[in-house]
Design a protein around this ligand. Structure first.
Ligand code: GLU
Length: 417
């Protein structure tokens, strides 16, 4: 990966940039730049050979002014306290920009899950859920999947919580399997909002996403679904990559066939007769749309200088450093920010939670329709903020909308004597 920026410092810079457009007092801005609380815990669990291992885990509750803390849990060796703090802040602003009634939170365990058996991961996940139990709850803090976690881990956390609390509370976590109270459309939701945001952005720029060439960096749940849905809209996905490298086919790839290839071989590399390319080459390809869908800091200012795409739609959280943002804005590259573009995941998490609370389940068609409405409305509001504030870029415009909503909720709550 290109940059080494501290994601928490990047988040704070993004808030400062947006606060310049608002007349919020400095004390309020400082509050908006820092998490309310962070749990740091050492989890001890048993390995299959009977020995014990201890690993570091975190949960950051960034802001709860608009509702329960909400956000995923990731398993990745790069997890740090500052990364989790940043990701929790991005969740608070994400929920505000799409106007769903949640605050922001995020958790992580600093491990490579590939190093452990399924039974070991289950014991570790249940140990984390036990630590989290006093902090989480259907109306308190609602975790979800993130990098390297999915339905399996969510089901374990739900079961641990419900067992310890002696109740049923499916809304304590989202991203569950359908039979455990999950929602139709949740797995595809992040990629779906990326495709919708790209469609809206092209439309706004008087361009058509049909026929546009696209490169996607990262081929996990977000990247692979976005690629498939953009292909359905008539776009040409010409390059994709994952952590082991990329593939390039100027005439277009079949995103679903590439996904099957990755499912069989664990990598997109070696698919068909596509040319191999590096991640860096992919990020600087001359395409209409670039979708970074991997991790933070994929594009720093040096790499941004070489980006040739016209539009960037962020599927990952924090893939651009603030310096990269400035370089791209100078080059008139439009960046649809993560807090809107990938908000489909948390939006359908919200729908899942609503269904759990009502014990009444929706069709996939209804989920997708409601999601489209949320993303299109948020995009319209973003463009309005960009134009009326004469903001330097779409990210700052999005933060202005989000901060405004959080500050309103905070003000309306009044003072506690
Ligand atoms: N991990 C996802 C995100 O970064 C989804 C969070 C959620 O559904 O709560 O937005």
């Amino acid at each position: 990966m290109a940059g080494q920026a501290n994601p928490f410092e990047s988040l704070q810079e993004q808030i400062d940039d947006a606060a310049a457009f608002l007349d919020a007092p400095q004390g309020v801005v400082t509050r908006l730049k820092n998490p309310e609380r962070v749990l740091e815990t050492n989890l001890t669990f048993e390995l299959d050979d009977g020995s014990l291992e201890t690993v570091r885990a975190y949960r950051s509750q960034f802001n709860g002014d608009r509702g329960p803390y909400k956000g995923g849990i990731r398993y990745h060796p790069g997890v740090t306290r500052d990364e989790v703090k940043a990701l929790s802040g991005w969740m608070a602003y994400k929920c505000a920009v799409v106007d769903i009634p949640y605050g922001g939170g995020k958790g992580g365990i600093a491990i490579d899950p590939a190093d452990y058996s399924e039974a070991e991961l289950e014991r570790l996940t249940r140990a984390f859920a036990t630590e989290l139990r006093p902090l989480i709850g259907e109306d308190r803090d609602i975790p979800a999947p993130d990098v390297n976690t999915g339905q399996r881990e969510m089901n374990w956390i739900k079961d641990t919580y419900e067992t310890l609390e002696n109740t049923t509370a499916p809304g304590v976590i989202t991203g569950k399997a359908l039979d455990s109270g999950g929602s139709e459309g949740r797995v595809e939701a992040t990629g779906r909002s990326v495709a919708l945001a790209a469609r809206e952005a092209f439309d706004w720029l008087d361009r058509d996403v049909a026929g546009a060439t696209i490169a996607v960096q990262g081929y996990g749940n977000a990247g692979s679904v976005a690629a498939a849905l953009l292909d359905d809209l008539g776009a040409d996905v010409v390059a994709v990559s994952d952590s082991s490298g990329g593939i390039h086919a100027p005439d277009g790839l079949d995103p679903r066939a590439v996904k099957n290839h990755k499912a069989e071989t664990r990598s997109v590399s070696g698919y068909g007769d596509a040319e191999p390319i590096t991640n860096e080459e992919l990020l600087t390809l001359d395409v209409d749309l670039l979708v970074p869908a991997a991790l933070e800091n994929a594009i720093d200012s040096d790499l941004a200088a070489d980006v040739r795409a016209d539009v960037v739609v962020e599927a990952a959280n924090g893939p651009l450093t603030p310096d990269a943002d400035d370089v791209l804005a100078d080059k008139d590259v439009y960046v649809v920010p993560d807090i809107l573009a990938n908000a489909g995941g948390v939006t359908v998490s919200y729908f899942e939670w609503v269904q759990n609370r009502q014990r009444f389940y929706w069709t996939e068609e209804r989920v997708n329709e409601e999601l489209e409405r949320v993303i299109v409305d948020a995009f319209d509001r973003l463009v309005d903020s960009y134009e009326t504030n004469e903001a330097p870029n779409l990210r700052t415009a999005a933060y202005v909308v989000a901060i405004d909503r959080i500050v309103d909720a905070y003000d309306q709550a009044g003072n506690w004597p």
